[in-house]
Write a protein of this length. Sequence first.
Length: 184
Amino acid sequence: MKRLAVLSFAAVSAASFGQVWSGGGGSVPDATATTAGSVSSTIAGVPGLTSLSSIAILGLTHSWCGDLIATVSGPSGSATLFVRIGRTTANAIGSPFGDSSNFAGDYVFVDSGGGDIWANALANDPVTPGSYNATGGQSGAATGLFPGSHAAGNWTLTVEDWAGGDTGSFQGWEIRGTAVPEPA
């Protein structure tokens, strides 16, 4: 009886912390005069999720954070993590630049409760690694990730460079959430 109680407690404790699924990194190519540079990384076979707590880009480096757009797509749709930080007009290849701060570290994106990456970029160079609200285009307003549950499937992170003159990279990325429990 004691053994059963201990195993049950361990399963509940592990579930409350969630799980992590990891994907590879890559180099972010520079934009050309007519095309954004783009790199994608896919995490295949993510199980169904009852919740998604965060998406992390690990080891992100790039000068001019205002050049980049980062999005993630999964079985339930897509979400923007950030769009050309500091740029307040519509996106066009090589058009006026966003903020000149550099990325240099691990950046975690959440639905709410994180920092404002736009305000941080305007005040710091490099942008301080940490936890930030996912933001949409032309502002630092939080847009959220994927609320609710998610079907099993593949998830893809895409990082795009929309202005020429510099390149960057990221070492990997992670999805953090809670998997749908397997039937007893």
